[in-house]
Design a protein around this ligand. Structure first.
Ligand SMILES: NC(=O)c1ccc[n+]([C@@H]2O[C@H](COP(=O)([O-])OP(=O)(O)OC[C@H]3O[C@@H](n4cnc5c(N)ncnc54)[C@H](O)[C@@H]3O)[C@@H](O)[C@H]2O)c1
Ligand SMILES: [Zn+2]
Ligand SMILES: [Zn+2]
Length: 356
């Protein structure tokens, strides 16, 4: 089958193989996969990952095989895949914090082979391949009225961005929000902030073309990062002299993390979603946090996938969460190079690879 392999170079292969699912695993025919910045971060070393690896971690498809002990998923189900292969049995899982499950992070799976040699699955998923195998926990059954080309975005961008707002920062009605970076993650933050009835949603992006889409999703204000010298002053000049209740950094740059902290009103939270190069340090002035301000890390929207994904699907079906509009371009799997260049240029909302 076809798949996108990274081994220090990017290859479109047609000789990737995948085994049959084990007792608690499911085999999925991937139909569509979103391209997330984290896939690019593997290529440039920002996120170190062993090779050879089949990339892709934001996918949706149809179940084509189930292991002997699988009970929740059946052949023919439409599913969104999550990267969380959490165990479901530990303290963290029992407390409703599957992103804290020690089994869910850093566990490396090698379910693919090429010429008989094992190949890693990026983020437990490896969805830039026509077929993959995941743990049954990772396959969330969805209503088959939702196009898989839109549903795939839920697997990373949407759970991460919406989860950061709803699960981590817990934005309340009337609060004020700044979103830095309006890619797939930032657009999901904007939409969840709108659904939380935030009173102001100030969006900052270096690409002025992002203004229209940010406003479509709920931004009340837009700042072109390239046009301002002092981002903190520019936000405060929008009638927010004390700063904002919540800042979300969705780029992965220490200067923008610092800006996000300096933008906080008393009691405010800065949620860091962007992933800079491993080992990057950021600074802040200690006294500025004195008035109950907080800096939050946030992995994968602190999501509980079996709760959050059906909720997003329901919001989509009610016309309240826009997924179709987040897809700005579709690519054949073989055009991955173009898709990466477009994403790197900050041009895409989300690019989606078609595998059918
Ligand atoms: N925390 C998590 O669990 C998690 C999950 C997924 C992705 N991520 C990370 O989130 C970040 C965003 O991912 P994405 O897929 O949305 O990326 P993206 O490339 O789609 O979007 C990034 C956006 O930031 C804008 N931007 C770039 N430099 C900027 C600057 N200096 N000022 C303002 N805007 C700027 C770009 O124009 C673009 O619109 C990445 O670092 C990714 O690795 C984190
Ligand atoms: Zn991602
Ligand atoms: Zn667990």
């Amino acid at each position: 089958m076809r798949g996108i392999l990274w081994d220090g170079e990017l290859h479109v292969r047609d000789d990737v193989e995948i085994g049959q699912p084990g007792p608690r695993e499911v085999g999925v025919r991937i139909h569509h996969a979103g391209l997330c910045h984290s896939d690019i971060s593997v290529l440039n070393g920002t996120i170190p990952f062993p090779t050879p690896v089949i990339l892709g971690h934001e996918g949706a498809g149809i179940v084509e095989a189930v292991g002997s002990a699988v009970s929740k998923v059946k052949v023919g189900d439409h599913v969104v895949l999550t990267t969380l292969g959490n165990c479901g049995q530990c303290d963290a899982c029992d407390r409703g914090l599957p992103t804290h499950c020690r089994g869910s992070f850093g566990a490396l799976t090698q379910r693919f082979t090429i010429d008989g040699a094992p190949v890693y699955q990026f983020a437990n998923a490896g969805v830039f391949a026509e077929h993959t195998v995941v743990h049954e926990h990772q396959a969330i059954v969805i209503d088959d009225r939702v196009p898989l080309s839109s549903a795939c975005l839920i697997g990373c961008a949407v759970v991460t961005g919406a989860g950061a707002v709803l699960n981590r920062a817990r934005v309340q009605i009337g609060e004020t929000v700044v979103v830095i970076g309006a890619g797939g993650i930032g657009q999901s933050v904007i939409q969840a902030a709108r659904l939380s009835n935030a009173s102001r949603i100030v969006v900052v992006d270096a690409n002025p073309a992002k203004q229209a889409v940010a406003e479509q999703f709920g931004a009340t204000d837009f700042i072109n990062a390239r046009e301002v010298d002092d981002l903190v002053a520019a936000v405060k000049d929008l009638g927010l002299p004390n700063g904002v209740d919540h800042a979300f950094e969705c780029v992965g740059h220490p200067d923008l993390i610092r800006n996000s902290i300096d933008l906080l009103d008393w009691g405010g939270t800065c949620t860091m979603l962007g992933v800079p190069k491993l080992g990057t340090e950021a600074t802040f002035v200690v006294n500025t946090l004195y008035n109950d301000k907080s800096i939050f890390g946030c992995r994968y929207g602190s999501t509980r996938p079996h709760h959050d994904i059906p909720m997003i699907i329901q919001l989509y079906l009610e016309g309240k969460f826009q997924l179709d509009e987040m897809v700005s371009r579709r690519y054949d799997l073989a055009d991955i190079g173009t898709a990466i260049a477009d994403l790197d240029a900050g041009e895409l909302n989300r690019g989606v690879l078609d595998l059918v």
